[in-house]
Design a protein. Structure first.
Lengths: 299, 398
């Protein structure tokens, strides 16, 4: 391997997809962590002395997010009160196993963990829903329920922020998908680093500019424990075209991911275009996307 | 973490997938006149007879030009001709429009330009091709100017490089190496193609100025525009989408580039030519590996998706139409001449990438603690000066 780009004297062990630079293990750890610190401070993601819930699935992104946030919180004294928030969808063979990983994280990183289950919130597990409706649109139901479950969990824990593990690949994929679907409303907000879910608890994405590949390498070199099985109901679920396209683009030139995010951030919607607005539900008064979950429950 | 934004739940069944193709009954009547037997099916569902199809296609061409009300009578328009159905149909649209006796007659003054750009062919094949193109333009009785890309690169734009007949255009034997040399600094095919496209664009605008034309017509069709849009997004030119894919590219103060065929698809124009007994000039093409560059891949992606989901191209186009120029006109990029993105105090992808490169290349001072190193890095980073190129062109001019 060539020598590390920082001229520290060691040999590099990886080539960064984001910049093409080659780094040794120690310099990679420092660069990776410093970049997330830079993102957090430069984009003013957290106010000091606030309480942050980390949406933890046990997967690579949320595991690395929890690890790095704890590390940076101590190193740069953010004064944050960190807690893990997990959602138990009730999917046998997937979530039950991944929750064990989250519990491991809770013990390793010494953070409290709150688990919200679909069964308690809605009276149904995903297994039961799938038994009822069959194997179609499962992710759509599950996604809506999970987003509301995260919102409710955040309210229950009285946190100021909800941090999610969305990485650069996820954002780029969403930008492409929203163009292919012609979904302007989502296109204009999907690349924001802070989004407001309507109940006043902002959602933040500290890994927005971090490549999925680097997250995997970081977890690997740090020997972090994470769960890497796909959901049993959705192997290669929807988003198909956009995901395949992005993976192909990345093979040609990995800097495409940052380029797409840059495009997403600089897109401006024409003032004359008709944009859908979130309307209040006339049954419960919640904004539409919350009311949808409620509507399904009633049915 | 694979589910940002796919929370689509309105009208579950329909919105999740694009509608697939319908089957057409052989006994149906023309959609328009409801009498004649249809001969063309468009968008995999709309059936037209010959008369209705031809009048509808001509109307579509004129309607788009008329809607924008940009061209005044006697304005000179540089019509860029390319080999293929789109180029030939464009010439035919204009010729029949000019020859009309009614008030719907087109009133501008066209000048046709053909830039020879086929360096993969042998010199003999290229000379042959040029003669056939000349013949085609003559058939429509237009004033023409012929030149070649390698001449433009070598000599720049002036009255010398523009010839009005094929015989006196002396093609370069080594066009391929001239073009390769021109893009030699670009590291991969994506960047080479992007850089060359910017150059082609500039040559076109300069030729229009040389010939006193206020407008340029280019023959891009809907799938070209859709793949251009996705390419722009993937290259980081998101704020230039309105210029690169809209009806009018107004980045130059005096010459506007118009795309009058941007709502047509290849099938429409192919049938239009066929029913008008027009045979476009064809030539040997090289089938490229689609993974060679981002431009190639996007073209393949759009065309493949379009086969099964006929709404793909129109959806992308409509999305593009609702995007505005995300930038101000005060400062423009030195290379592509597009306006800079609006400056914002927020962190963006460009700054994050710059920072990543910065921290990956700073000399590692092990006598400092990692916190001190960070402070040192960030102070030096904040003093970096910005340059005169837009986000994407900066990558080309590195």
């Amino acid at each position: 391997m060539p020598p590390c780009s920082t001229k520290c004297g060691k040999n590099a062990i990886l080539k960064r997809p984001k910049t093409g630079d080659v780094l040794c293990k120690e310099c990679f750890f420092e660069a990776f962590e410093n970049e997330i610190h830079f993102t957090i401070t430069r984009a003013k993601l957290f106010k000091p002395n606030s309480k942050v819930a980390i949406a933890a699935s046990g997967g690579k992104d949320s595991t690395v997010l929890a690890y790095v946030l704890k590390l940076l919180n101590q190193k740069y004294d953010y004064k944050l009160d960190l807690t893990l928030l997990s959602i138990d969808e009730g999917i046998t063979g997937y979530r039950d196993d991944s929750l064990e990983t989250v519990k491991q994280n809770r013990d390793d990183y010494e953070m409290p963990l709150k688990i919200m289950s679909y069964k308690d919130l809605y009276g149904w597990t995903m297994d039961e829903i799938v038994a009822e409706i069959g194997r179609k649109n499962n992710c759509t139901f599950c996604g809506v329920f999970r987003r509301q479950a995260l919102d409710r969990g955040a309210v229950l824990l009285k946190v100021d922020y909800l941090a999610t593990g969305h990485n650069a690949d996820d954002i780029a994929e969403t930008v492409l998908m929203n163009i292919l679907r012609g979904d302007l409303a989502r296109l204009s907000r999907c690349s924001a680093i802070i989004t407001d879910s309507g109940d006043g608890i902002p959602r933040v994405k500290p890994l927005k500019y971090t490549y999925e590949k680097e997250i995997v390498m970081y977890a690997y070199f740090r020997k972090l424990v994470y769960f890497s099985t796909e959901c049993v109901f959705a192997p290669n679920a929807y988003r198909g075209h956009a995901r395949v396209l992005l993976k192909d683009l990345e093979k040609i030139d990995p800097s495409v991911i940052m380029n797409i995010i840059q495009s997403g951030e600089s897109l401006k919607i024409n003032e004359s275009a008709n944009m859908p607005t979130l309307r209040k539900c006339n049954r419960c008064g919640f904004e539409q996307r919350i009311a949808q979950a409620r509507d399904w429950q009633v049915k | 973490m694979c589910n940002v934004g796919d929370d689509n739940f309105d009208d579950l069944e329909n919105s999740k997938y694009m509608p697939a193709k319908e089957k057409i009954s052989p006994f149906s009547k023309c959609n328009k006149c409801r009498e004649a037997t249809p001969i063309v099916v468009l968008r995999s569902k709309d059936k037209y007879c010959k008369e209705c199809f031809l009048s509808g296609t001509v109307h579509k061409f004129k309607a788009l030009l008329g809607k924008h009300k940009l061209i005044r009578p006697n304005d000179r328009v540089l019509v860029v001709h390319r080999c293929g159905h789109a180029g030939t149909a464009l010439l035919h649209f204009i010729r029949t429009g000019l020859d009309l006796g009614t008030h719907k007659k087109l009133r501008f003054e066209p000048v046709v330009l053909f830039v020879e750009d086929h360096s993969h062919l042998s010199l003999k094949e290229r000379q042959e091709l040029l003669k056939r193109v000349e013949h085609e333009i003559n058939y429509f009785k237009f004033t023409m100017h012929l030149t070649s890309l390698s001449h433009l690169i070598r000599k720049g734009v002036n009255s010398e490089v523009l010839k009005n007949c094929a015989e006196i255009l002396d093609l370069d034997d080594d066009s391929k190496s001239i073009i390769d040399n021109f893009v030699t600094k670009q590291t991969n095919t994506t960047n080479k193609t992007d850089f060359l496209n910017i150059a082609r664009h500039k040559f076109m605008v300069d030729i229009a100025k040389e010939l006193n034309c206020k407008f340029i017509f280019t023959p891009e069709i809907s799938s070209d525009v859709a793949s251009q849009l996705l390419t722009d997004v993937s290259l980081g030119r998101g704020s230039h989408i309105a210029l690169n894919t809209g009806f009018c590219d107004f980045r130059d103060d005096t010459v506007k580039i118009l795309r009058p065929l941007r709502l047509f698809d290849m099938k429409e124009l192919g049938f239009y030519n066929h029913l008008n007994s027009l045979n476009p000039v064809t030539y040997r093409i090289v089938i490229d590996n689609p993974y060679k560059s981002i431009q190639h891949l996007m073209r393949k992606f759009v065309n493949d998706l379009q086969v099964n989901y006929p709404a793909t191209v129109t959806t992308i186009l409509k999305t593009g139409d609702k995007l505005a120029l995300g930038s101000n006109k005060i400062r423009t990029c030195d290379l592509c001449n597009a306006p800079f993105e609006e400056e914002s105090a927020d962190l963006n992808s460009a700054e994050s990438t710059q920072f990543s490169h910065w921290v990956s290349t700073q000399a590692h001072n092990s006598s400092l603690t990692s916190q001190e190193r960070y402070i040192q890095t960030i102070e030096a980073f904040n003093n970096l000066t910005c340059d005169t190129y837009c986000f994407r062109c900066r990558q080309l001019m590195k």
